[in-house]
Design a protein around this ligand. Structure first.
Ligand code: PRP
Ligand code: URA
Length: 234
């Protein structure tokens, strides 16, 4: 297990850089710094946070992360008539984006993106981690046929070994997607490195970078099993 004291130790080691400043090796990684995100993640981690609140927090954090992730969406000017006069004003340009949650836990993040972009399409990709090997096993994939013309937003709250995320992006690229962003809430350094190296051409948005993985490949301190907590399975 790689053991770091804090994000700052990892940064010192030159593994990656915080914030939106992209200047070093893992320049496709953006770690959130907003106090609202940090605060909500703390409540999310608490084992006493109940299912309903957990689900709401996942949505809220995703919404705030989406705000960062969508900074570079292209705009075009359209004419609009205000009560005062006509003017040209910007709207999002291009085909609607497709949100792709990795089942099951990724589903918890869909409403958070829809709160920002209500017209986004939704594709689904089913991947589960083998409990013994921790390797990903795919069981479902339904993506829009014109995915090559859309921005793909892959959602999964947990990036642990990175196996599931790498596999999901493999599928999405095979389906023709050329413009991909990955959003997670908690990442382990191991998974972040694996995803960033396997897919250096995608942007990876991370709510918080945790210390590392334990012997069961769970993120520490993490928040436990995200899918179980979203769906109230004990
Ligand atoms: C969890 C999580 C990720 C994966 C992360 O899903 O939601 O998809 O594990 O682990 P990895 O980075 O080591 O691949 P899980 O496989 O438990 O399925 P679930 O969403 O159905 O609970
Ligand atoms: N999946 C989870 O839900 N949590 C972890 O810590 C690792 C994988």
């Amino acid at each position: 297990m790689r053991d770091y004291e804090s994000d700052d130790d990892i940064i010192k080691e030159g593994l990656l850089k915080k914030g939106t400043n992209k200047e070093d090796k893992m320049e496709n990684v953006i770690i959130m710094e907003h106090p609202l995100i940090k605060h909500k993640i703390t409540i999310l981690r608490d084992k006493n946070t109940v299912t309903m609140e957990f689900r709401k927090l996942i949505e809220e954090i995703t919404m705030l992360e989406a705000y960062e992730a969508f900074r570079d969406l292209p705009l075009k000017e359209i004419e609009v008539e205000t009560p005062i006069e006509k003017c040209m004003s910007p709207v999002i340009d291009g085909k609607k984006m497709v949100i792709i949650p990795i089942l099951r836990a990724g589903m918890g993040m869909v409403n958070g993106v829809h709160a920002m972009v209500p017209a986004a399409k939704v594709g689904h990709i089913g991947i589960t981690r083998n409990e013994t090997t921790h390797e990903p096993e795919s069981y479902y994939c339904k993506l829009p046929s014109d995915i090559s013309e859309r921005l793909s937003i892959v959602l999964d709250p947990m990036l642990a070994t990175g196996g599931s995320a790498v596999e999901a992006v493999n599928y999405i690229k095979k389906a023709g997607s050329k413009n991909i962003k990955f959003m997670c809430i908690i990442a382990a350094p191991e998974g972040l490195k694996r995803l960033s190296e396997a897919h250096p051409d995608i942007e990876i948005y991370v709510g918080n970078l945790d210390r590392g993985l334990n012997e069961n490949a769970y993120i520490c301190p993490g928040l436990g099993d995200a899918g179980d907590r979203i769906y109230g399975i004990v």
